[in-house]
Design a protein around this ligand. Structure first.
Ligand code: ZN
Ligand code: ZN
Length: 99
């Protein structure tokens, strides 16, 4: 998996909502394949509608289906949340709203 570098890991975390059919999937349920355009990249597909690369990351708080807008590194690992569920630690990134 290291051949995909960091970009791969980001898309294998958390919960995603398909922008095409609104299906909510765990990252482990998404269809992931090497990109035919760039061997260092991947394409991510929706099992429900077969849409490709059109997902919104959702807040990882239990039961929250709002888009995740904040990435936070916590003692328990990386969290991706909406502003309401933001853990009280240092903000590390805000670019997780879409693929
Ligand atoms: Zn879909
Ligand atoms: Zn939330």
């Amino acid at each position: 998996m290291s051949e995909y570098e960091g970009k791969y890991d980001k898309r294998l975390l958390g919960i995603w909502r398909c922008d095409n059919c609104d299906e909510v999937s765990k990252s482990s349920d998404l269809l992931i394949a090497p990109s035919p355009f760039d061997k260092k990249d991947i394409v991510v597909g929706c099992q429900h509608c077969n849409g490709i690369n059109q997902f919104t990351a959702l807040c990882d708080a239990d039961g929250c289906l709002r888009p995740a807008t904040i990435g936070t590194l916590t003692p328990d690992g990386y969290r991706r949340t909406c502003s309401e569920h933001r853990p009280e630690t240092k903000e590390v990134s805000d670019e997780y709203d879409s693929l």
